[in-house]
Design a protein around this ligand. Structure first.
Ligand code: FES
Length: 171
């Protein structure tokens, strides 16, 4: 073998080795090993309540939601979620109604949504009225409008209070 042939052969071999190293190096950086991604476990939706006793509200029996039909429920005012009603002059919202206890101890229950634009009304214990903070409508103790802009009365519900059992029935 002549010197020129030998150098050509060595040059080809070195070039092949360099090319091989470059190819393997490049493939490591541009072709990463895929990482398996676990699918997120879907959240199981909470089934809608079918009415009746709401498990998260202690002391409520029946329906206080207009979406579920006629309002017809009882509350035990010795239970923590309703015990504020043991005090005269207090009120709370339950479902779609507001339950108020006047300063003289009577119970009033009216729909909570102002008939003007739906804002939840507040109980004003000083004069046993319901006032909307949005535009100032005022409703008397039976839900009738005394000050607009609301033009329609709040629906008022009948109440019966069992003093021995501390159960307030609303229909
Ligand atoms: S929403 Fe009550 S007065 Fe307008």
């Amino acid at each position: 073998m002549e010197r020129k042939e030998f150098l050509n052969l060595v040059g080809i071999s070195i070039g092949a080795v360099i090319l091989q190293n470059c190819m393997s190096g490049c493939s490591k950086t541009s072709d990463p090993t895929p990482v398996a991604v676990s699918p997120t476990t879907p959240t199981t939706p909470t089934p809608p309540s079918t009415g009746g006793t709401t498990p998260t509200v202690s002391g409520l029996t029946g329906n206080n939601s207009l979406a579920k039909g006629a309002i017809d429920f009882s509350v035990d005012i010795t239970k923590s979620d309703f015990e504020i009603l043991k005090t005269n002059g207090q009120a709370l919202v339950s479902g779609d109604v507001i339950i108020a206890r006047t300063k003289s101890g009577d119970f009033l229950v009216v729909e909570k949504a102002c008939t003007h634009q739906g804002t939840t009304v507040d109980f004003v214990s000083d004069n046993s009225t319901f006032k909307c903070s949005n535009h100032g409508s005022i409703f008397n103790s039976s839900g009738s409008v005394t000050v607009g802009p609301a033009a329609k009365a709040l629906k008022s519900y009948s109440v019966a209070f069992d003093t021995a059992k501390n159960i307030l029935k609303v229909i």
